[in-house]
Design a protein around this ligand. Structure first.
Ligand SMILES: [Zn+2]
Length: 274
């Protein structure tokens, strides 16, 4: 957020109109439209704000029986453990990596018992490091919205190094605006992140892209290639034999935290608008 503050304070010109009214005038645009990171230019209007609905519609998965995350098999993910799974989008997008961390149990953020809440912190840091280790990644944005689906899913977006225009709020928009990265690069990035996570446990399920070897021009070339060809399979990390992925000791009792006895599936608030 430091970047936002500095961008806002240093680079943002004053809005064209300083008048304050109950309804924004059409020509009055919010200050972020002047930020260098704002992806659009030209004529822009602010949409009319609709009236609030008295009862919000259910999110996907508010009924756990219909939850796609719960129904998804492990091979839809790039890495899985007993309690967490990490998946990618179904195709490359504009950023080097966009990954989603999910709890295996059907829980939302506020439903997590203390042990899973603590593990979420460990997993968040671990996945951030894994993505940041990729070539050309400067920063990893971590977002949880939760408006669309009830099953906990935390987004990790890799911001390419040097792309200062992609800093901050609009990175998720830029992901859709930029041309998709090459599929081979995308698959390699997923495999590297999965292998990184597997160093601490769990199972990596993303594989590096197949290498398309060009036909050798002579037998000597073929022999030379055969000697230098790397293994296709990613070597499993030695530490992956340890089955469990995250070890977090439970906080001492009586530490003032909310009761943590809610188990998986006890998200009592699902489907019950307040
Ligand atoms: Zn679910």
């Amino acid at each position: 957020m430091d970047n936002f503050v500095s961008i806002h304070r240093v680079r943002t010109p004053r809005p064209r109109s300083a008048r304050v009214g109950f309804v924004p005038e059409p020509q009055q645009l919010p200050s972020f439209t002047y930020w260098p990171t704002f992806p659009f230019e030209g004529d822009i209007r602010v949409k009319r704000l609709l009236d609030p609905v008295p009862i919000e519609p259910p999110r996907h998965g508010d009924n756990p029986a219909e939850c796609r995350a719960c129904a998804a098999p492990d091979d839809a993910y790039i890495w899985v453990s007993d309690r967490w799974r990490v998946r990618a989008l179904d195709r490359p997008t504009g950023l080097p990596a966009v990954l989603i961390l999910e709890s295996r149990s059907h829980l939302d953020l506020g439903d997590l018992p203390n042990m899973l809440a603590a593990e979420l912190g460990v997993m968040t840091v671990r996945l951030e490091r894994a993505i940041r280790s990729l070539d050309g990644v400067a920063r990893v944005h971590v977002n949880r919205w939760g408006d669309g689906a009830a099953h906990l899913h935390v987004w990790f977006l890799a911001r390419p190094y040097g792309r200062l225009q992609l800093q901050g709020t609009f990175l998720a928009l830029w992901d859709d605006i930029l041309p998709p990265i090459p599929e081979d690069q995308w698959r390699e990035n997923l495999a590297l992140v999965a292998a990184w996570l597997a160093e601490f446990g769990g199972r990596p399920l993303a594989e590096p892209p197949r290498i398309n070897w060009t036909a050798p021009t002579s037998l000597a070339d073929a022999e030379r290639e055969a000697q230098t060809r790397p293994d296709d399979a990613l070597e499993p990390a030695a530490a992956a034999v340890e089955n469990d992925d995250v070890i977090v000791s439970e906080p001492a009792e009586g530490n003032g935290d909310a009761p943590d006895t809610d188990g998986p599936g006890l998200g009592a608030h699902h489907g019950q608008p307040s």
